[in-house]
Design a protein around this ligand. Structure first.
Ligand code: NAP
Length: 280
């Protein structure tokens, strides 16, 4: 029996228990997976609880991915690189941190025949997830990374952090004209803003920028609720390959499960089982 959890705030709508549950069942592992609301500042208390209850590992979401760093005995290369942790294994009371967001996204787009290596990547948004994806793209040798964001300075800061990599970086604001101009060369276009997400009032001003994308381009939205945002719908109707954020969510969970179980498995096969089990 393995005892796992997801912690964060808010946590009520997290899909993690369902996704990990489906994966562990497909793997034939006996498990417990709890969802714990841990508010900002509550990590020390939760860690004590995790040790006391012999929790084997936990996933972290907002607002703990960076705050957990001082509590770790060690972290892996990707977590070190991202300065952010979404998976913690507890061994003899010591905490070992991992970050599976980058590998989750890489596996998700690999499934559609794409990869960062050699690609020109245009990312809309410059929040926490973009910091991770832009770095993963740079590490994998993307030909170019362009980050467009409402608050331009945040896009600049992420580009500045990529200075040591052999990738051309650009940043800019969030106007439709600029998105169209930069999309004209994109191999991969990613929406990493909440525009179009269920419960978010905002929406793209127009989708004319999708007309300037090369036909080979892959269009990715990190949102998974709704399963097809307007952004993805317009892209699909224009003939582009599209993918929503569920694939990244599932693959990052499967990569975390490999750490918890300390064994490798065929993540594409278990992904199919999770999708089948969740009936999505
Ligand atoms: P975040 O740190 O809060 O950043 C949000 C970004 O969206 C910021 O760049 C923000 O711009 C921009 N934005 C917000 N409202 C906007 C608006 N009305 N118009 C234009 N830009 C707007 O969030 P995050 O953690 O990076 O997550 C971003 C998205 O990815 C969310 O939809 C989240 O659900 C999704 N996500 C999915 C997965 C997955 O596994 N599928 C994982 C992580 C995140 P400013 O900088 O100007 O505020």
């Amino acid at each position: 029996m393995i005892k796992l959890a997801v912690i964060g705030d808010p946590i009520g709508h997290s899909l993690s228990p369902a996704v990990h549950g489906a994966a562990l069942e497909a793997l034939g592992v006996e498990y417990e997976y709890e969802r714990v609301r841990v508010q900002k500042g509550g990590l020390a208390e939760y860690i004590e609880y995790a040790r006391r209850t012999k929790t084997d590992g936990f996933n972290l979401t907002m607002p703990h991915k960076v705050d957990i760093l001082p509590y770790l005995a060690e972290m892996d290369e990707e977590a070190e690189r991202f300065k952010s942790v979404n998976t913690v294994c507890v061994t003899d009371g010591a905490l070992y941190g991992h970050n599976t967001d980058g590998v989750g996204y890489r596996l998700a787009i690999e499934r559609c025949g794409y990869s960062f290596g050699g690609s020109k990547v245009v990312i809309l948004g410059a929040g926490g997830v973009v910091r991770t994806l832009a770095l993963a793209a740079a590490v994998d040798g993307a030909a170019g990374i362009c980050i467009l964001n409402r608050t331009e300075d945040k896009a600049k800061q992420i580009c500045d952090s990529l200075a040591g990599y052999d990738t051309l970086t650009e940043y800019g604001g969030f106007s439709s004209d600029l998105i169209a101009e930069k999309s004209a060369n994109a191999d991969i276009l990613i929406n990493a803003t909440p525009l179009g997400m269920s419960g978010c009032e905002g929406q793209f001003e127009d989708f004319g920028f999708l007309d300037s994308l090369p036909k080979r381009a892959f269009v990715s939205d990190l949102i998974y609720n709704p399963s097809e945002t307007k952004f993805l719908e317009y892209a699909r109707l224009r003939g582009y390959k599209t993918q929503n954020g569920l694939a990244m969510l599932i693959y990052q969970a499967l990569a975390a499960d490999e750490y918890y179980l300390n064994k490798k498995f065929d993540k594409h096969k278990i992904y199919d089982a999770v999708i089948e089990s969740l009936k999505i």
